[in-house]
Ligand binder design. Structure first.
Ligand SMILES: [Fe+2]
Ligand SMILES: [Fe+2]
Length: 364
């Protein structure tokens, strides 16, 4: 797939130089690593926003205010902070920075390309995307700067050109980005509030920035909420009910499996990965009920035992990957767990969802 042509942030001339931070090899792409997206730009440009234009205009006006213009400024607290981390926390924290930076950057690329490609035909939408690209570039840049405190930096230009792009229709982009913005909000705010109560677990000063940061993500999520209301077919009818279930499950399951596999990072913050994810999933599900026609029954214990099944399959897949066996033997060992994951995802998908009309008195 042809990647978007949006230019990445200007390369840091010190990167790769003898005294500059080393360029970190991007993490291997797996089903659990953040993806880059592209979409049908003509369909997006042709969208008629009139059914909810006033709300979109109001959100755009909020974006113009650029509340976090002066927020992402590094202070003295960063000086020497990286050296204070013990080796285990350091390793898992760098992984966290890399993954977060890649996700933020993925948002930047998509929003930037959308704003550029639909500018002529759909100026209001283009302007909103440009403001969101501005925010995501700031987030990614701030995370990447923290990576350089550890002597590493992601080569975002290389990532732009080399990573595979997944193409989604506009409505699927709405579901996926709405969820990633809202889940991002709940993830950041949950960590921020926890560390407010347990300052002794604040392993790096970047967490001080999470409160205002997550408000950006919340506004981005509200923008997609308003956009789906402008195009009511995206959140009405049986097709949208099936797709919303699918995206909720895919996003929740991926996050749960990934976070449990990296539970050491949460432990370093004094959090239990499972408890943290349960909270974030429940909150994101509840928020999604304001716009999605259905949400998942996350109070059903069957939902969590299904996710645990995916976790144990994932452990076995990792073990098989780490073995020194030849590739065909590895593939053979992995096959039952891949099948197991497929069956479990199908079971979870078929669980009765919750209709969310009662949470949306004014929507439709
Ligand atoms: Fe962001
Ligand atoms: Fe965002």
């Amino acid at each position: 797939m042809v990647p978007p042509t949006a230019t990445a942030t200007a390369p840091n001339p010190r990167v790769g130089s003898p005294d500059g931070p080393a360029i970190k090899d991007p993490a291997k792409d797996t089903i659990l690593t953040p993806r880059f997206y592209t979409t049908d730009f003509d369909a997006m440009a042709a969208m008629d926003l009139r059914p909810n234009e006033a709300e979109l205009e109001a959100i755009c006006e909020e974006f113009r205010k650029d509340y976090n213009r002066h927020h992402f400024v590094r202070n003295d607290e960063f000086e020497g902070a990286a050296e204070k981390l013990d080796p285990t926390s350091r390793k898992v924290f760098i992984e966290f920075l890399e993954q977060s930076c890649t996700s933020e950057f993925s948002g930047f690329l998509l929003y930037k390309e959308l704003s550029r490609r639909i500018k002529q035909k759909n100026p209001l939408l283009a302007e909103c995307f440009a403001h969101m690209a501005r925010d995501e570039a700031r987030h990614a840049g701030f995370l990447n700067k923290s990576m350089s405190d550890f002597g590493l930096q992601l080569d975002l230009g290389f990532l732009t050109a080399s990573k595979a792009y997944t193409k989604f229709s506009p409505e699927h982009i709405f579901y996926a980005t709405y969820l990633s913005e809202k889940i991002g909000y709940w993830r950041y705010i949950a960590i921020y509030r926890h560390l407010e109560k347990h300052p002794e677990s604040k392993i790096f000063p970047i967490f001080n920035f999470f409160e205002n940061w997550c408000q950006d993500e919340n506004r981005h999520g509200d923008f997609f909420d308003a956009l789906m209301k402008a195009v009511p077919s995206t959140v009405t009818g049986w097709k949208s009910r099936l797709w919303c279930r699918f995206f909720l499950l895919a996003v929740f399951a991926t996050m749960y499996v990934r976070d449990v596999a990296r539970k050491e990072f949460y432990e370093a913050l004094g959090l239990d990965a499972r408890e943290y994810d349960k909270y974030v999933i429940a909150k994101t599900n509840e928020t999604s009920a304001r716009i999605f026609p259905v949400v998942l029954d996350v109070e059903n214990p069957r939902f969590w035992s299904g996710l645990e099944h995916l976790v144990s399959n994932n452990d076995q897949l990792t073990k098989a990957d780490e073995s020194t066996a030849p590739a065909p033997i590895k593939a053979l060992r992995k096959l039952p767990y891949w099948i197991g994951n497929g069956v479990e995802m199908a079971r979870l998908f078929l669980m009765a969802p919750i209709r969310s009309e009662k949470y949306q008195p004014a929507v439709r």
